[in-house]
Ligand binder design. Sequence first.
Ligand code: COA
Length: 260
Amino acid sequence: MSFVTLTFDVTDRVATIRVNRPEKLNALNDETIAELGDAIELVLRREDVAGAQHPGTGTTAFVAGADIAELSRQGALDGRARALRGQRVFSMVERSTKPVIAAVNGFALGGGCELAMACHLRIAAERAKFGQPEVKLGITPGYGGTQRLARLVGTGRALQLLLTGEMIDAAEAYRIGLVNAVVPDAEVLPTAERMMRQIIAQGPLAVALCIEAVHRGADLPLDEGLELEAAYFGLLSATQDMHEGMSAFVEKRDARFTGR
Ligand code: COA
């Protein structure tokens, strides 16, 4: 599969997906959104890929938002349809059973912040900037920003960012829980990669069901979430990977998981 607005490379079981419109600070046009959907499908389909990371191309932007040139031409119905398409793709990222990490190397604004939030983990470069500036354009976020930001940082802080449209730096993003770590600029991709390799060395079924339990559980009452956890715990107890993991512990060696 070939891509026009992004690059897709696989090294040693890790896919690196870069939005590649540096002249527009990697703004997401409709084609990019569609290609991001194709890219995540490819990650899920390819057996030689265990996880994916998203850095931006260039040195200043991760993704500077949805493409304002396209948004400026939309009306009510096509605006809604565009939001639904973007939401569907970002939900695919969030629901990926293979881990996805955002390596945020610069501006993560609007759709860029929304893409980072849909990833399972976020590593920020010191120079990264985050924000949901849509109110400045007279719109709300459309690719999940009002929902995922509030879930990640709480309603008060989410509303502050959403209503003022202000940009925050990486240190503030870390302080409010929007990102998992802040590292020197040159370290963002190596750090994401190290974390990814640590994750994909674990039992893949356990990793997949941790992701599912957290995301599905977040929308459930506690009792139902606990029930879901118990079901996954039981399911994993019937896998070869559980026996391998426990045997490896007893035998003081690294586990060799097969995802069965
Ligand atoms: N959509 C379309 N084009 C965008 C864009 C976006 N979201 N963000 C940046 N660009 C384009 C600019 O129009 C410019 O293109 P041009 O050279 O053809 O004029 C190019 O990318 C470089 O951006 P520029 O604004 O000159 O860079 P800067 O360093 O001065 O400012 C930002 C960087 C990120 C602060 C600024 O580009 C910005 O505010 N972008 C919009 C952010 C936004 O509102 N995102 C949410 C959209 S819903």
